[in-house]
Design a protein around this ligand. Structure first.
Ligand code: B4P
Length: 190
């Protein structure tokens, strides 16, 4: 199983990735989580990524692609993986195509979480109150939504044209969304 989970900030990617990975026994490769861990550890990657993340901008493709290539080469990814938040640009799509070709594997499919825009902001503001993430302030949330619309939303058309995209309703209770994601995975695996 080799899946991509897409959706705007706050759509529930991280939340659903955890449920999928537990159920199917595959690792979640979350570029956001890896960047945050690098920032906390103060690595050179973290120092570079931090400025972009705190402004709501994407980390440059070359850094992000190199990090994912290294992660997908780890032994735990041999049986499959779920990419959470990657690819986010057309350049990342092209590089992921090359990585999969180099590993001689194919993508099972792409799931897009389609969530009401007002709910997205409310979720992220709630997370800001609970966790205090540096990029969950109202201005930065707005910028992240814009960057998603400009740079990432077009990726859905690209994967739809390849016939590997399923859109899932991301509204409502977490467990209800999880049920819909499972149905989508069953559809993609057929
Ligand atoms: P991410 O960590 O991917 O941040 P995100 O888009 O906000 O998604 P996240 O997974 O955290 O939130 P979720 O929707 O699950 O990226 C952060 C930054 O890293 C980016 O802005 C960028 O700078 C950088 N980055 C990452 N990947 C990159 C790439 N490929 N290229 C370049 N830069 C990259 O959940 C949000 C909240 O909603 C949570 O609090 C959750 O509990 C809640 N929630 C989820 N489902 C819900 C539901 N059904 N009902 C109510 N609440 C729900």
């Amino acid at each position: 199983m080799r899946l991509i989970l897409m959706g705007p900030p706050g759509a529930g990617k991280g939340t659903q990735a955890a449920a999928v990975c537990q159920r199917y026994g595959i690792p979640a490769v979350s570029t956001g989580d890896i960047f945050r861990a690098s920032v906390s550890a103060g690595t050179p990657l973290g120092v570079e990524a931090r400025t972009y993340m705190n402004a709501g901008e994407y980390v440059p493709d070359d850094l992000t692609n190199a990090m994912v290539r290294e992660r997908l080469a780890q032994p735990d990814c041999r049986r499959g993986f779920l990419l959470d938040g990657y690819p986010r640009t057309l350049e990342q799509v092209k590089e992921l195509d090359r990585m999969l070709a180099d590993l001689s594997v194919r993508l099972t499919g792409v799931i897009v979480l389609d969530t009401d825009p007002d709910a997205l902001v409310q979720r992220l503001l709630a997370r800001a109150r609970a966790e205090g993430r540096a990029d969950d302030t109202e201005d930065v949330i707005r910028r992240r939504q814009e960057v998603y619309a400009e740079q990432t939303a077009p990726l859905a058309s690209e994967y739809a044209a390849r016939g590997v995209l399923v859109s899932v309703n991301g509204n409502g209770r977490v467990d209800h969304v999880t049920d819909r994601v499972r149905t989508a995975i069953a559809q993609l695996s057929r």
